[in-house]
Structure formats: structure tokens, C-alpha cells
Ligand binder design. Structure first.
Ligand SMILES: O=C(O)CCC(=O)C(=O)O
Length: 337
């Protein structure tokens, strides 16, 4: 006996063959053959200032849970670009985040492909995916995504990975709804989002907004946006796809590196057997970025630099302290999911 989806497909092909409904046939075949694809995505424009659209039911529950599961162990205080161009921790942005490498696994690739189909930008224009987690009162104040260079971030796609009861909206402080009644339909809004085009985090939904004008060069001032503070006990997870006008670091795609198992901040280890000698030679002080780590990297010699404690496997408190000391989210904390 053939599996149910094959029988369904055969029946559909007999029904649609020769009919004037190739679109229906394709959609039905897609639904039958790809049960894990998003169930019934539907799309609507929300604003022309900035150009922004929502895709309801863009990702499935399996996909959103999968992304959260990859992200959780690596979540670390988010950074902003400092005065000297370096990444720094700042109260302007208080979420925790991490990056998932492009094409990390088949689920990630499927989402990348869906984003490419929706935005009409080839997958090669996407950066690694940034996953962010916002707990109570965490936010990212108003900012632009398009950085000034030869290949700006022209579009941003946000896939919401969790539902948030109150707050946490992505909002555009200088914006206009396509139709003012949309604001009433999609509300109520937290004080931060009220009066502006905004989107509530709803698991599986996605928005896209464009930061560059249709001339392909000038920046759209309406693309200024804010991640409003999450209120109450909710937790917001979001996956961000930044899309450039030109392929992003094409050399990385042409010669993909074997992904290394990331170091876990709760483990107090040296990544190099030379660490004890380097530490004895004063490298923890003279070469802190490599030895002890920085805002975006875990040090290679944390054990020898005495930046962590070697924990017994059952000592959760010790492991948690190591995470916090290195700027990571304490995954056993209350309210974590
Ligand atoms: O979390 C959001 O809603 C938006 C995040 C964002 O704008 C960013 O990280 O650049």
C-alpha cells in the first residue's frame, strides 16, 4: 500500500491534469509532499513607509522549536557597534543572541530558501542567521539595519519563534500603516509601539521590511525600528535574516568550512595545550582577546587564566556561574525556556 501522501498526490494529479489549474496542482502537490512546510502561509502589506509585509504562518512549530534549541546553549549578551567600530555590550540593546551559520542543517536551509523565495533575493545575499532572546524589559532601542557600505542590508526578515503576551513588538517610529484600520485590527499595543506601524511577535509569523529605497542606493529613513521591551513574564525569540544588495561573503559559501563544535561556556577548559605556558608567560594580561575572550568570543585559555572554575558534572551552580561570568545566559534560571 502506497503512503497516504502519495495516494493523495496521485488523486490530485488525476484531478488537475489537463485542467487550467496548474497553480492549484503545484500548491496541493507541495502541501502533500512537504508536510513539514509552513501550513497555510498568507501575506499582507502593512506599510509603504517603510515598505513592509507580514507573512502569517511562515514557519512551522517544528522549525521554530528547532532554531530555539540550536540557539539556547550559545545565547550571550547582544552587542552594538562601538565608537571605534568594535562590538560592545551596551544598555541600548539588552537582548541575548547568537548566530547560526548559513546552511547549518536541512531545517535551516529550508527556512533560508523560503526567505529567498519570499524576498526574491538569492540565498547568497543572506548573512548568517541571528537568533535573539528577550526576557522581561529587554529591548533594542531605535536603530537602522542598513550599514553604510557598498552592499547595504537592503531588507530584513524577522521570523518570530515564540508568542509574547505583552510588549516585545517590532515597531517603526517614523512610519505609516497601509490602512490605518490595521493598527486597530492588530493591536492592542504596548506604550512603546502605540501610534506606529508595529508587529506583535507571534510564533511562526514573519515580517520583511526594506531599508533601502527602490533606487537601490539611498536609505529609507522610515526603516528606523525598535524592539520594544518585553513586558511581564513572556520571552521573545526571533530569528533575523539580513539581506544584502550583493552576495554576502561569497568566498565562505564557495568553500564552506567544516563547522567546529562550539565551546560551551559552562565547561572550564583550555582550547589549546599551550595555554598553561602562555598564561605563565603573562599572555592573559598582554593578549586578553585571544586568551580570555571578548564581547563576541569565548577565550581559548579561560582555565589557565583562572576565568572559570572546573565544576563537578552535577554542580549546576558552578556551571551556571561559569556561563554568567563569560556573559552567557544562565540556562537553568527561572523563566527560561
Ligand atoms: O527583535 C526585533 O523585533 C528586532 C531586532 C532588530 O531590529 C535587530 O536586532 O536589528
Amino acid at each position: 500500500m502506497a503512503p497516504l501522501h502519495v495516494l493523495l498526490l496521485l488523486a490530485l494529479s488525476a484531478f488537475c491534469a489537463g485542467s487550467a489549474l496548474p497553480g492549484l496542482w503545484l500548491a496541493a502537490a507541495h502541501a502533500a509532499l512537504a508536510p513539514s512546510a509552513a501550513p497555510h502561509p498568507w501575506f499582507e502589506p502593512v506599510s509603504w513607509k517603510p515598505r513592509s509585509f507580514v507573512a502569517h504562518s511562515f514557519a512551522t512549530r517544528e522549525e521554530t522549536d528547532h532554531i530555539i534549541a540550536i540557539a539556547q546553549p550559545q545565547l550571550r549578551r547582544s552587542t552594538v557597534v562601538g565608537a571605534g567600530g568594535e562590538s560592545v555590550v551596551d544598555t541600548y540593546r539588552t537582548s541575548y543572541g547568537m548566530f547560526i551559520k548559513r546552511h547549518h542543517d536541512p531545517v535551516v536551509s529550508r527556512l533560508e530558501e523560503r526567505v529567498a523565495l519570499w524576498t526574491k533575493y538569492n540565498m547568497s545575499h543572506q548573512e548568517d542567521i541571528q537568533v535573539l532572546r528577550y526576557g522581561n524589559n529587554q529591548q533594542y532601542k531605535a536603530h537602522f539595519d542598513s550599514l553604510d557600505d557598498d552592499s547595504p542590508r537592503t531588507a530584513t526578515v524577522l521570523i518570530y519563534l515564540s508568542d509574547v503576551e505583552e510588549g516585545g513588538e517590532t515597531t517603526f517610529p517614523d512610519s505609516e500603516w497601509v490602512d490605518p484600520s490595521m493598527g486597530e485590527k492588530l493591536g492592542p499595543w504596548s506604550p512603546c509601539a502605540k501610534g506606529n506601524v508595529a508587529m506583535k511577535p507571534k510564533r511562526g509569523d514573519a515580517i520583511v521590511f526594506h531599508s533601502v529605497n527602490p533606487d537601490g542606493k539611498t536609505h529609507d529613513k522610515h526603516a528606523l525600528h525598535t524592539a520594544c521591551p518585553v513586558l511581564g513574564t513572556g520571552v521573545k525569540y526571533v530569528a533575523i535574516f539580513w539581506i544584502h544588495t550583493l552576495p554576502f561573503r561569497p568566498d565562505q559559501l564557495a568553500a564552506p568550512q567544516e563547522e567546529e563544535e562550539p565551546l560551551l561556556p559552562e565547561e572550564c577548559v583550555d582550547a589549546d595545550p599551550n595555554c598553561p605556558d602562555w598564561a605563565a608567560a603573562g599572555e592573559c594580561q598582554s593578549n586578553p582577546g585571544f586568551m580570555r575572550g571578548g564581547a563576541t568570543s569565548l577565550g581559548n585559555c579561560r582555565k589557565s587564566c583562572k576565568d572559570c572554575r572546573v565544576c563537578r558534572p552535577d554542580d549546576d551552580e558552578c556551571r551556571r556561574d561559569n556561563r554568567v561570568k563569560a556573559g552567557f545566559l544562565p540556562i537553568n534560571g527561572p523563566g527560561f525556556f
